[in-house]
Design a binder for this molecule. Structure first.
Ligand code: ZN
Length: 249
């Protein structure tokens, strides 16, 4: 039993996640969305100029990362410096992350990392691994949106810390996307170092007790090339993004 618990379930999750129909993952994403927003306790920020800048960044990134779902990004008015990708393609960037960023490249690279988790279906994998028996049964029989299951799933996602392998894989997506945009991948490491260096354990992927390992940083530095494209946002757009939660909408 122990062997199944520690070896079997991660293996099952790895094999099962790619087989879950996309429509099922989307339904799970929609179902856990409300709970996840409640956990973050943040309203969606949509000051028009800030939203336009945010959409410009997202558009650039999603052209360079192939995902099984269209990405549905939003900024939430939470002061926590974090970002999260839900099953089914919803990506939340918390205002705290934008405030902590020193450049559009830093925001872009972290969001690219989250889109990488969508591409790899890591949220789905995590739920299969940690959602418990009720979730697995729900998945097998098609009812994954019952209230108890959804609550379990949302809580499980809220404490998600992905394996080092998954983090490295998501970094790879971010590195490739930044290079494809003619920008450096190193700001990903710089922002993550700043966040994880300061914060204690918090909910969700970025801050959940997985400080940026030196080999992840090394991979970004090794891939780095001189920039060949202008910054991803103009100064005005960057200011607008910084004010997305505070400017009048
Ligand atoms: Zn991650």
């Amino acid at each position: 039993m122990l062997l199944i618990a520690f070896v079997g379930v991660p293996l099952i999750a790895d094999r099962l996640a790619p087989l879950v129909p996309l429509s099922v993952e989307r339904r799970i994403g929609v179902a856990v969305d409300r709970q996840v927003r409640a956990i973050f306790d943040g309203k969606e920020c949509a000051a028009p100029e800030g939203r336009a800048a945010f959409d410009k960044l997202m558009g650039a990134l999603s052209r360079h990362i192939a995902t099984p779902f269209p990405i549905e990004p939003a900024v939430l008015a939470s002061s926590t410096a974090n970002a999260v990708a839900l099953p089914g393609g919803k990506v939340y960037v918390l205002d705290g992350l934008i405030q902590k960023s020193k450049s559009p490249d830093e925001v872009a690279a972290v969001v690219a990392h989250e889109i990488g988790h969508v591409a790899e279906r890591d949220g789905m994998r995590h739920l299969i691994q940690n959602g418990g028996t009720s979730f697995l049964i729900g998945l097998l029989f098609g009812d994954v949106t019952g209230s108890a299951v959804v609550l379990t799933a949302a809580r499980s996602l809220a404490s998600a810390s992905y394996s080092r392998v998954a983090e490295t894989r998501a970094d790879r997506h971010a590195i490739d996307a930044m290079l494809a945009l003619g920008r450096s991948p190193v700001p990903l490491g710089e922002l993550l170092t700043r966040i994880t260096g300061e914060s204690k354990r918090g909910p969700f992927d970025m801050l959940s007790g997985h400080p940026l390992s030196s080999d992840r940083l090394e991979a970004m530095r090794a891939a780095d090339r001189p920039v060949t494209a202008p910054p991803l946002l103009t100064d005005d757009e960057w200011r607008a993004l910084k004010a997305i939660c505070t400017a009048k909408s």
